[in-house]
Design a protein. Structure first.
Length: 318
């Protein structure tokens, strides 16, 4: 949870520091410590560029398919559009910028974008995970209590709007306290918490709970109940002749969403573990290879934005 590496926390000041600009080393020493051979830079560039390309185009295609076909404008699909928009935005506005900052430890993009860069990732991830949570709750209500009226299109849009408002509120401190600082030989972008490292760490733990632990717990419970109902017994209230066909369709949707959620959980887990460990043991941030560990964990987290369109294509031909 060292904001020095964190796209949520301070747009990545890089491995030699915590929430404040690095001290105890000159710009020259810093550069020498984390310099990378050109072949490694090329490989990382291809890896990050691939994520951005697949994520942006894949998610834009998902958005277009759903919005261009009226029959696909269902409650679940509205949330999928919001999820796709969040993922495409994260990939487009954060991934490469943070990669460049991680690679060079030099902020090239000005103070205004520094604020946006620290603010938007939390917002987008919050919107993504709570879109998944909303789908889980919607599937739960549709399968466990099928006679209850479903959300209308208007109500669904209100839920989506509420998700974004809450996301903005959670991420606002990142925007408020973001600054750029000119150091000898380089410019930094980071979040200068008034309460220092303790406040920084506390905020990040809260973020992890709200955008990872809590929604995954809710989805774990709802999908467990839904799974037991779909695979272990009959759906309440469903006595039509097309029972087996409907059951198969519902199982397919739930299976697809479980894969989406598990993919998100797996991709983001190393990233959160990384920041908890480096937040508690800050001396690790001066280790020579910490930059590579960060780049790997951040790539895995950002890669979560590109998998959903692939999952939809493989598990749902419609």
């Amino acid at each position: 949870l060292d904001g020095a590496h964190d796209p949520w926390e301070q747009a990545l000041e890089l491995p030699a520091s915590n929430a404040s600009p690095p001290v105890a080393s000159s710009a020259a020493n810093f550069s020498n410590q984390f310099v990378q051979p050109s072949w490694r830079i090329a490989l990382w560039s291809l890896a990050y560029g691939g994520v951005v390309t697949v994520a942006v185009f894949g998610n834009l295609i998902v958005i277009w398919i759903i919005l261009a076909h009226k029959r696909m404008r269902t409650v679940t699909n509205y949330f999928l559009v919001n999820l796709a928009f969040s993922d495409a935005s994260m990939a487009a506005f954060n991934t490469l910028i943070n990669f460049i900052y991680a690679l060079h430890s030099e902020w090239y993009f000005g103070e205004a974008y520094c604020r946006f860069h620290n603010f938007f990732p939390i917002t987008a991830v919050f919107a993504s995970i709570y879109s998944m949570t909303a789908i889980a709750v919607d599937r739960y209500m549709a399968i466990i209590d099928p006679l209850k009226p479903r959300l209308s299109a208007t109500a669904t849009k209100v839920v989506i709007g509420s998700i974004w408002i809450l996301a903005f509120l959670l991420a606002f401190p990142q925007c408020l306290y973001s600054i750029t600082k000119v150091m000898p030989g380089r410019t930094l972008c980071y979040v200068a918490w008034p309460g220092g490292p303790k406040q920084h760490f506390t905020y990040h733990v809260i973020v992890i709970v709200l955008v990872y632990c809590f929604p995954l717990l809710v989805m774990g419970i709802t999908y467990s109940i839904v799974g037991i109902t779909l695979w272990g017994g009959e759906i309440p209230g469903d006595t039509s002749d097309k029972y087996h066909e409907q059951l198969k369709a519902k199982r397919k949707v739930v299976k697809m969403m479980i894969v989406v959620v598990l993919t998100f959980a797996i991709c983001w887990l190393p990233y959160h573990i990384y920041f908890i460990v480096t937040g508690i043991y800050q001396q690790i941030n001066r280790w020579k290879y910490i930059q590579q560990i960060y780049l790997a964990s951040f790539w895995l987290a950002m890669s979560s934005t590109m998998y959903n369109p692939i999952i939809y294509c493989c598990l749902n031909k419609r």
